[in-house]
Design a protein around this ligand. Sequence first.
Ligand SMILES: Nc1ncnc2c1ncn2[C@@H]1O[C@H](COP(=O)(O)OP(=O)(O)OP(=O)(O)O)[C@@H](O)[C@H]1O
Length: 328
Amino acid sequence: MTTGIQVRDLRKDFPVRDRGLFGPRTAKTAVDGLDLDIPAGRITGLLGLNGAGKTTTIKILATLLRPTSGTVRVDGLDTVADARAVRRRINLIAGGERMVYTRMTGRENLWYFAQLYDVPKRQVRTRIDDLLALVGLTNAADTPVERYSRGMTQRLAIARGLVNDPAYLLLDEPTLGLDAPIARDLRRVVARLAAEGTGVLLTSHYLAEVEELCSHVHVIADGRHLAAGSPAQLKTATGSHATVRVTVPNPSPAIAEVAARFGATRTPADDGAEVLTLRHPDDIAGPLAAAVVQAGGSITALDITEASLEDAILTLTDRTARTEAVPA
Ligand SMILES: Nc1ncnc2c1ncn2[C@@H]1O[C@H](COP(=O)(O)OP(=O)(O)OP(=O)(O)O)[C@@H](O)[C@H]1O
């Protein structure tokens, strides 16, 4: 049996009326021929700007939307033909939507969802207790959710997403609106689940979160696949390198020669000092500083700004926008 989630040539069109309620219907393509692989035991990132098609893709994977064409297989099961079996193996946590019932208590919510997911009877009680403890809601377990704070409700939504012990967890902006410590706890839980074998697909606008968690990232724009790789590979591929700045208080022709050799730019600074700036894919700060000292220079400041995944994503999406703007 093939394991993992395989998305093949996935397409989703939504009927829309561009010109008001009585205007003609046209089709809006939200996902346009997407291929993705989400293996077990790894956190895969799905990134793209607003409207790129991330939520639509995740909803199709969660069996909440039917694809217009293409297939999604979860451990070999088709999300349309075998939807019920797929639902037992996956779950979704969406940051924007709580997906819990406010009149019920936290425990009642989890019990209800455990029934929906056919959690075996003898496991339900322990599973619920474990999940309430995991998200820090043991003391509030028997309080109606309408009296929960926003963060507590969000934590319950996380427990709900784990109630069927899913083999694959779909996370759509899971830390949206969460306080920093709760978001950090969630990241730890997700990392641990993946280490234990859960396959995770994560979308997040917090790219630091993506960088921390995801070993592999797919970038999409307008429903189409743009690039894939580790965060480091995407940064290198887009030329988003770390920037090193070395402040030299006693510049000289020998220092200028070092700068030229490394390809660093020289900028005058206060009191006759000079700043050598270099963007480079490798760990270049040490060799550059050593060469400056060898050439008789002193160093009063050494500053390294790591390349960000955000730079890489912006470069990728901007490139596409520019390519598409070119008339055929
Ligand atoms: N039900 C719908 N009817 C019509 N168009 C839709 C519908 N749902 C989504 N779309 C459109 O499909 C495109 C993709 O939307 P989607 O929500 O999947 O993007 P996203 O990448 O999740 O964006 P965001 O980062 O803003 O959440 C958008 O242009 C959106 O307007």
